[in-house]
Design a protein around this ligand. Structure first.
Ligand code: DX5
Ligand code: ZN
Length: 216
């Protein structure tokens, strides 16, 4: 399977967002990664539904929406209407995770669960078969441009083993501090999808940078 590249628009130029979206449309990227932060689950506020709706009008690739919010069930339908294709919630924000995952699927979206750096992958043992995607955080969520937490490689391997043992069909996506060096090691460990924000949008040539990630 070819690596899925999901550039995070958190590091895009919001005064000229259309240009960055069109760059991603024309690039070798596969998805758009959209980071939704509520200022409660994480110590930052990003952007919300009206912005996702607008992005969806011109984005020509699936929207990979990462909800860093408490009580995400309240917004599942709204994100489906706004155009989300993959909807990922945080394990740490869901008391009834199974119900939330079913809710996402019933709304016709692919369901993802994200784990903070301190959360072991073993918590997903009894739900992995229901998940389309697991998003491993390799930084503490809330901000772009942080440095990669090395323990993530081990978690990717553990998750890969769990998916094989359970005969599940789950994408392993990693988010935070991804560049060519960490990206290569993540792929070697078994990751299928890479999110990259500052590494892509901070580059002199973002299109070329996406291509470099895609062809690692
Ligand atoms: C962090 C977000 C990330 C962020 C990654 O909370 O979930 O998606 O945009 O940014 P970089 O790639 O710069 O670490
Ligand atoms: Zn993210």
């Amino acid at each position: 399977m070819q690596t899925i590249i999901s550039p995070s628009l958190l590091s895009a130029d919001f005064t000229n967002l259309k240009a960055d979206i069109e760059m991603v449309n024309k690039s070798e990227a596969d998805w758009f990664h959209l980071d939704i932060m509520d200022g409660v689950f994480v110590p930052n506020i990003s952007y919300g539904l009206p912005v996702v709706q607008q992005i969806n009008k011109i984005a020509e690739k699936p929207l990979d929406v990462h909800l860093m919010i408490i009580d995400p069930d309240r917004y599942v339908e709204a994100f489906q209407k706004a155009g989300a294709d993959y909807l990922t919630v945080h394990y740490e924000a869901c008391t009834h995770l199974h119900r939330t995952v079913q809710n996402i699927k019933q709304h016709g979206m692919k369901a993802g669960v994200s784990l903070n750096p301190h959360t072991p992958v073993s918590v997903l043992e009894d739900i992995i078969q229901d998940l389309d995607l697991v998003l491993l955080m390799s930084v503490n969520p809330g901000f772009g441009g942080q440095s990669f937490i090395e323990n993530t490689y081990k978690k990717v391997k553990q998750l890969k083993n769990m998916i094989a043992e359970k005969n599940a069909n789950t994408i392993i996506e990693v988010d935070g501090g991804v560049n060519l060096e960490t990206g290569k090691k993540l792929l070697e460990a078994g990751a299928n999808a890479l999110v990259a924000g500052s590494f892509v949008f901070g580059a002199n040539d973002p299109t070329h940078t996406i291509s470099n990630l895609k062809n690692l």
